[in-house]
Write a protein of this length. Sequence first.
Length: 294
Amino acid sequence: MNAPIRPLHAPAPNAAALRNAMTIDVEDYFQVSAFADHIARDSWPSRECRVEANIERILAILEEGGARGTFFTLGWIAERYPAMVKRIVAGGHELASHGYGHLRASDQTREQFLDDVARSKAILEDIGGTPVLGYRAPSFSIGPANLWALDVLQEAGYRYSSSIYPIAHDHYGMPDAPRFAFYPGGTDGLLEVPITTVRMMERNLPAGGGGYFRLLPYALSRRLMRRVNDKDGQPAIFYFHPWEIDPGQPRIGGVGAKTRFRHYVNLERMERRIRALTHDFQWDRMDRIFLERA
């Protein structure tokens, strides 16, 4: 990882024609990293799973809006809902990996990480019947201390990652990383595609989804993404989770006020906002936007 950082490409000449990347991290509400200290992993199989119904709603929203996207899917989920995985692929969407069991990359050794990402890739490819080229680390857990993980991903057969978030955050982030797609180890290595940020006040501000999208007014989020398209001439990368459109999900007790706020704020508004996004921007799959350009 000592080669110079190389950007993917110059800004697109026609911002109005830009396709943005719609991405979904396919996991259930009880697998969220912030709940890890409150929910035992061995309790996962006995908990009410809501991911399949939420994915059906998401597929319908995207189809209605003429959008295609990339579904970063846990191997654990794919094993239990293979028909759901096949429906994602049949809908024209890209199937990508979120690892097997939602373990942070930063909490694993090199050997453990290789086993996790290779296992997930094999499961997804077997069920989906399509190559799995992309990976996103749970909680954007690739950063300065474990950039070796990008070499491991390439070793496992992945072509791109979307695991580095160039912001300052209390749980993740690499604020000094490039804001747009780049090759951390040179152009013969893995392509990294960061979540969208806007550069303001000498810092990177999040503008690509998640809890920030639920918290901020929709008009502001839309304005920030348009700024990236129009001023930077770059595609926006937006992400969300199936549980974010599910205000009826079971509440987890015993969590702190900050975690509770981050997880549950404005869930009831999320589906309407996603529908609006599909009409306000053009959306496509990560592989078609970035690997074709590369």
